[in-house]
Design a protein around this ligand. Structure first.
Ligand code: AMP
Ligand code: MG
Length: 401
């Protein structure tokens, strides 16, 4: 490999990829287009939340009197609804105002008794117990104007988009989607829907990878699969480099005679590393094709998926300074023996069952890297470190799929 990094650890591979940053752009979108996007700037609240003292209950507002005894009868002097039109009825001793949830506190009142504990009789109300100051939501108690509540890189979940509206934002700065080109290679590949001849299989990687790109919050650009030829591959990669921010290829990166992605990248591209210490998925390469970052993913369907999760997804996150989509690791006890390896992180497909003792991991399927069903029916991937035992009863980390 001419001194280029070869068969390196996951951490080394990630560091090499991260040394080639992507150009990211910021766009401003209306709030209702922002769910699922990544925030590109810190956001300070434009207002106090809540903007005024208000009631958290339907009931009566009055002044709390530490000397009073209950039941206590008060004069009803007004009604305060949750509305911008406030009559601002002042409350004095011996008086109460009927108040609705979210309505501004009348001047002079500092406590609320919920309606269930009040008896109304014409213009009088009987409080069965003391009104409660804690039913008043104080101005700014959730958030003060000027305080940064959301930071660059945060994933805009539905509650965060709602919070942006609460803070007074109608548009948000978010990172633009990256266009991720997906090029599968192999003479044997046929598009689903067409009849298969002996020796052919349905092309599945580009569909799975497109789903992973969308899951990552970006835009997949699927190219028609390319035959095993230097010319055909060169032409498609040139096209992809023109229109995409990053290219993913699948297949053709192993040691086979027809592994043209590796050959073309060696002869005409720029390889930054080849092969990484994970199993399945050890063949990937990373480099530049016409200045565009290119991940050469393995052809085996499980391997291409696993390498996306272990290498491509972390690279995309790194470039947007985000944790999204968040990776969840859980501790789980192995309930079936799992074959680990000495030098690789072993990523077996397991199903997870939550029990009183914690999470249990089972490996019900045969683990061939061509067995996509074993991935489709799994909940997680074992993160067995090099040399770590995969015996029954071992507690291990599992990456949730
Ligand atoms: P390769 O890395 O090109 O040697 O491919 C390894 C294995 O993955 C072979 O069995 C291929 O037929 C299979 N394979 C390669 N590309 C795809 C694809 N896009 N969809 C499904 N299987 C594939
Ligand atoms: Mg191939």
């Amino acid at each position: 490999m001419d001194g280029r990094p070869y068969f390196i650890s996951v951490e080394e591979a990630r560091a090499i990829c991260n040394a080639t940053p992507l150009q990211t752009k910021v766009e401003h979108l209306p709030l209702d287009a922002c769910t699922g996007r990544v925030l590109a700037e810190d956001l300070a609240s434009k207002v106090d939340d809540p903007p005024f003292d208000n009631s958290s209950m339907d009931g009566f507002a009055c002044k709390f009197d530490p000397e009073a005894t209950y039941p206590l009868s008060l004069n009803i002097v007004g009604l305060q609804a949750a509305t911008g039109e406030n009559e601002a009825q002042t409350v004095s001793a011996g008086e109460a105002v009927r108040i609705m949830t979210g309505a501004p506190m009348p001047p002079g009142a500092d406590a609320i008794l919920p309606i269930e504990r009040c008896e109304v009789d014409g213009q009088r109300v009987r409080l069965l117990e003391a009104p409660k100051p804690h039913f008043v939501r104080k101005k700014g108690e959730n958030l003060r104007e000027g305080v940064i509540a959301l930071s660059e890189g945060q994933h805009l979940t539905p509650s965060r988009v709602g919070l942006c509206a609460t803070m007074g934002y109608d548009t948000l700065p978010v990172y633009a989607h990256l266009n991720v080109g997906i090029v599968s290679t192999g003479d044997e590949l046929k598009s689903p829907g067409q009849p298969l001849k002996h020796g052919e299989i349905y092309e599945s990687n580009s569909f799975g990878l497109a789903g992973l790109v969308e899951w990552s919050g970006h835009h997949p650009v699927r190219f028609p699969s390319v035959a095993d030829s230097m010319d055909a591959l060169r032409q498609t990669l040139n096209e992809a480099a023109k229109t995409c921010d990053i290219i993913l290829t699948s297949g053709g990166v192993s040691m086979g005679e027809f592994d043209y992605v590796r050959r073309l990248m060696e002869e005409e591209g720029d390889i930054h590393f080849w092969r990484m210490k994970i199993r399945p998925g050890s063949p990937p390469l990373f480099g530049l094709w016409n200045e565009t970052p290119l991940f050469g993913l393995p052809g085996n369907p499980v391997s291409s998926h696993v390498v996306f999760r272990m290498l491509v997804a972390p690279y995309l996150r790194h470039n947007l300074s985000t944790e999204a989509p968040k990776e969840w690791k859980v501790r789980a006890k192995l309930c079936d023996p799992v074959k680990s390896t000495k030098d690789c992180v072993t990523l077996r497909r397991v199903t997870l069952v939550s029990t009183d003792e914690g999470m249990m991991a089972y490996q019900p399927r045969h683990q061939g890297s061509g067995n996509l069903e074993s991935l489709a029916s799994a909940d997680g991937l074992t993160l067995l470190q090099p040399g770590q035992s995969g015996e029954v009863g071992t507690w291990i980390d599992v990456l949730v799929l």
